[in-house]
Design a binder for this molecule. Structure first.
Ligand code: SF4
Length: 311
C-alpha cells in the first residue's frame, strides 16, 4: 500500500515556487525601472549622442558596475551608435585586487583599459597623518582620468553618481558651503575638453544595491586606502534616510525640486534682476500672492514649530 502523501511537503514546495516567481517578477520590474530611468536621463539631458565615445569610469563599486551594466543594455537597443570603453584607475592601494575588474570586463567582452598610477603613495606622502586624503586623491584621480580620456579619444566621461549622491551633494553644499549647488547630470569638465555625464541621475541607490546583489557583481571594497570616511556626507546620508522613513516621499519631492527652480523666489541677484524689477500691470503666474499657499505643508519636524501666518 502507498504511503499517504504528506501535505506539508507539497505546501512547502508551492511556497518555495511562489517565492521564486515573486523574486523573478520583482527583478524583472527592477531591470525595467533601471533602464527606463537611465533612458529618461539620457533623453531629458541629451547625455548621449550619435558617434560618442564614452569612457565609463569604473571604481569597482556597485554604482559603477550597475552603470556599465545598464549602459550596455541601452547601447544594444539605442537608436544611435555610440561606443563604451570601461576604464579603471588602479591607484596602488594596498590589497587592491588588480585581477578582479579585468577578469569581469573580459567576461563581458567590452573594451576596457586599466590605468595604473600610484597616487596612493603620493597622497600618503603629502597629506599629514590624521588629515583627510580624499581631496588630493580625487584631484589626482580626475587629472589622470582626463588624460586617459584624451589618449583613448573619448569625448565623454560617464560617472556612476546616482540620485541619492546628487541630493547629498546638494545638502553638503548648502549646510557646509553656503551654496545652492548640486551635482548636475551633465557638465563640461573643468579643463573644458570633455563632457562629464551621470546616466544614473534618476536612479535610487537602493535599486543599485538590489541590482548588484542580483547580478553578483565582484565588488571591490572602497576602504582599501584606509582613509577616514567622509563624515559630513555620511551624516547627510543618514539625515536623508531618517527623513524618508518619517515622511515617505520626501526624497522624491526634494529631487523633483532640483529640477523645478524658481529664481525669482530665491535671493540671488545674479540669477534674478531684483534691482530693475518693474510692475507690468499684467497678471504674473509666479507673482506674489501676499500670502503663502500652505496647502502643501507637511507635519513639522520634531523640535521645529510651524507658526501659522496671521491673516
Ligand atoms: S576614500 Fe580613499 S580612494 Fe577614495 S577619494 Fe578618499 S583617499 Fe581616495
Amino acid at each position: 500500500m502507498n504511503a499517504p502523501i504528506n501535505k506539508d511537503w507539497l505546501q512547502a514546495e508551492d511556497t518555495a515556487h511562489d517565492k521564486a516567481m515573486k523574486i523573478e517578477r520583482e527583478t524583472h520590474k527592477l531591470e525595467k525601472r533601471l533602464c527606463r530611468q537611465m533612458g529618461q536621463a539620457i533623453s531629458d539631458f541629451n547625455l548621449i549622442e550619435a558617434g560618442d565615445r564614452i569612457m565609463v569610469c569604473m571604481s569597482g563599486g556597485k554604482d559603477s558596475y550597475g552603470m556599465l551594466d545598464i549602459l550596455l543594455k541601452m547601447q544594444a537597443r539605442a537608436p544611435v551608435q555610440f561606443e563604451l570603453i570601461a576604464v579603471n584607475l588602479d591607484q596602488k592601494q594596498p590589497g587592491f585586487p588588480a585581477e578582479v575588474l579585468p577578469a569581469y570586463l573580459q567576461s563581458l567582452g567590452v573594451k576596457f583599459h586599466i590605468e595604473t598610477q600610484d597616487t596612493y603613495s603620493i597622497v600618503k606622502d603629502k597629506v599629514p597623518e590624521g588629515k583627510t586624503m580624499c581631496s588630493l586623491c580625487s584631484r589626482l584621480r580626475r587629472g589622470i582620468l582626463y588624460k586617459v580620456a584624451g589618449e583613448l579619444g573619448c569625448n565623454k566621461l560617464a560617472l556612476g553618481h546616482h540620485r541619492d549622491d546628487m541630493l547629498q551633494t546638494f545638502f553638503l553644499n548648502m549646510f557646509f558651503g553656503g551654496k545652492l549647488k548640486g551635482m548636475p547630470p551633465k557638465l563640461v569638465s573643468d579643463n573644458g575638453e570633455f563632457m562629464v555625464i551621470r546616466p544614473l541621475a534618476f536612479v535610487a541607490e537602493a535599486d543599485l544595491i538590489r541590482w548588484a546583489e542580483h547580478r553578483q557583481f565582484p565588488i571591490i571594497p572602497c576602504t582599501l586606502c584606509g582613509s577616514q570616511e567622509n563624515l559630513q556626507r555620511k551624516q547627510i546620508g543618514n539625515m536623508l534616510r531618517e527623513w524618508q522613513k518619517k515622511f515617505p516621499g520626501r526624497i522624491e519631492n526634494m529631487f523633483a525640486a532640483l529640477q523645478n527652480i524658481v529664481p525669482s523666489h530665491l535671493m540671488d541677484p545674479q540669477k534674478h534682476d531684483f534691482k530693475n524689477l518693474k510692475t507690468t500691470g499684467m497678471p504674473m503666474p509666479d507673482g506674489d500672492t501676499a500670502f503663502d499657499d500652505e496647502s502643501f505643508s507637511e507635519p513639522s519636524l520634531p523640535g521645529i514649530q510651524v507658526i501659522p501666518m496671521s491673516s
